[in-house]
Design a protein around this ligand. Structure first.
Ligand code: NAI
Length: 333
């Protein structure tokens, strides 16, 4: 497709073909643009396909001038979606509307479920073996939506579907670092569960850092509802975009490195998981080791405090509800 090729590097010779093709769906949005920028800087990306229903020619033209060794193509509108997806190893989906003050992520379901379902149907058709990274909210429901679409198409592989919960992990490091006056880059917090309110469970007891009960409760609440701080501060113009772009780029980079054969890469992510199956929950986030085929090993929750046990009990019914809603959306008559 000519228009999408016009920003291609003039010399896509085989000696430069060393990375993956990554497609970003929703690339012209608040997250999509900075995320695409960060992916253009990633040496593991060989081709970057930017898809949206608006503005991608401009975004692609702009990003394509950055002098890194990857080809950028812009794709606008459903008739160009197939080209964007074809041959992709990784598809990142930040398409969909963001929250306004007073909204929960579940309030986005009516709009975003349809968008994600349509994009998943195209991915199942044009790139059934790609790894799908779902950013669009409500993640607790959009991941099951993609899974159901892929099951219907007969191409579902749970090791290639990820809900991106990295922003919760990034926030947890930042907030703990602030409270303990330590470098947030060195603070590692195992955040489990899902990606909304009470389903976000930071396991502070596993950090090896000592907290008072008051600190634990305040930090837990801030990590669970950190997104609301941004929504409130943006005052009706959207939710986290820049920090989310960084978090999305970090998770994509981790996966690309694992796909390229690097070992020992572990990130918390919301995947089809055995971890909370006994409580009737099919999708759950814990530390996941990534490998050349996506999910390599899903880690267990590990030791938890009594306080964290209560968090788990509160999260389970909400997660179940969110997952069932996504599954039903695809399978309704
Ligand atoms: P935005 O409104 O700035 O951008 C969304 C983009 O999606 C727009 O460019 C729009 O044209 C595009 N879009 C809409 N329908 C589309 C379709 N059918 N196909 C392709 N593109 C389509 O929103 P923003 O701030 O970038 O947020 C995007 C999503 O990410 C929201 O659902 C938001 O809730 C979610 N989000 C997720 C986070 C996470 O931690 N997983 C954190 C922050 C936001």
């Amino acid at each position: 497709m000519l228009a999408s090729r016009m920003f291609a590097r003039g010399f896509a010779s085989s000696s430069f073909q060393r990375g993956a093709k990554v497609a970003v769906l929703g690339a012209a949005g608040g997250i999509g643009q900075p995320l695409s920028l960060l992916l253009k800087l990633n040496p593991h990306v060989d081709r970057l396909a930017l898809y949206d229903i608006v503005n991608t020619p401009g975004v692609a033209a702009d990003i394509s001038h950055i002098n890194t060794n990857s080809v950028v193509t812009g794709h606008k509108g459903p008739e160009q979606l197939g080209d964007a997806l074809k041959d992709s190893q990784v598809i990142v989906i930040p398409a969909g509307v963001p929250r306004k003050p007073g909204m929960t992520r579940d309030d986005l379901f009516n709009t975003n479920a349809g968008i994600v379902k349509t994009l998943a149907e195209a991915a199942a058709k044009y790139a059934p073996k790609a790894h799908l990274l779902i950013i669009a909210n409500p993640v607790n429901s959009t991941v099951p939506i993609v899974a159901e679409v892929f099951k219907k198409a007969g191409v579902f592989d749970p090791s290639r579907l990820f809900g991106v919960t990295t922003l919760d992990v990034v926030r947890a490091s930042t907030f703990v670092g602030q409270v303990k006056n330590s470098n947030p880059e060195e603070v590692k917090v195992h955040v489990i569960g899902g990606h909304s309110g009470v389903t976000i469970m930071p396991l502070l007891s596993q950090t090896g850092i000592k907290f008072s009960q008051d600190e634990i409760e305040k930090l837990t609440h801030r990590i669970q509802f950190g997104g609301d701080e941004v929504v409130k501060a943006k005052d009706g113009t959207g939710s986290a975009t820049l920090s989310m772009a960084q978090a999305g780029a970090r998770f994509t980079d981790s996966l690309l490195r694992a796909l390229a054969g690097e070992k020992g890469i572990v990130e918390p992510t919301y995947v089809k998981s055995h971890v909370a199956e006994k409580d009737g929950v099919e999708y759950f986030s814990t530390n996941v080791e990534l490998g050349p085929n996506g999910v390599k090993k899903i880690h267990d929750i590990g030791p938890v405090s009594d306080y964290e046990k209560k968090l788990y009990e509160a999260a389970i019914p909400e997660l179940k509800k969110n997952i069932a809603k996504g599954v039903q959306f695809v399978n309704k008559a």
